[in-house]
Design a protein around this ligand. Structure first.
Ligand code: ZN
Length: 123
């Protein structure tokens, strides 16, 4: 499926980024008979390009970027394995390019500090 690649229209015109609110979170319980309460990210999030993976207390986290409008995202996943099925949570947060740049230019310890101290990222 072709996406709009025009940057001149501004970020709101991006077909990928317009699918996401400023902050998204999902919760899935896998392995249960009733998955109707599960929430999922719009699958277009897979179009986002991973810029850098961040070591964040054992969870997966990464800075991602929209390949079309250059919007940065903070993507974090957390999973827990339980006897009756695993729990899987995701957060996808739009971040300013200044914050993304600050994280990308920092070492791992500082990255964790920035993320832990940022109210939008420390979920
Ligand atoms: Zn975009």
């Amino acid at each position: 499926m072709p996406y709009s690649t025009s940057q001149k229209k501004g970020k709101s015109a991006c077909e990928i980024c317009s699918q996401f609110k400023k902050s998204e979170s999902t919760y899935e319980k896998r392995g249960l008979a009733d998955p109707e309460e599960n929430t999922y990210l719009n699958p277009v999030y897979k179009e986002l390009k991973q810029i850098k993976e961040i070591e964040n207390v054992g969870r997966f986290a990464a800075i991602k970027q929209c390949p079309f409008c250059e919007q940065y995202y903070f993507h974090k996943t957390d999973s827990e394995f339980l006897a009756d099925g695993s729990e899987f949570e995701q957060w996808l947060v739009k971040i300013e390019s200044t914050l993304a740049t600050k994280i990308l230019e920092s070492n791992e310890a500082t990255q964790r500090e920035i993320i832990n101290e940022h109210p939008d990222l420390n979920t």
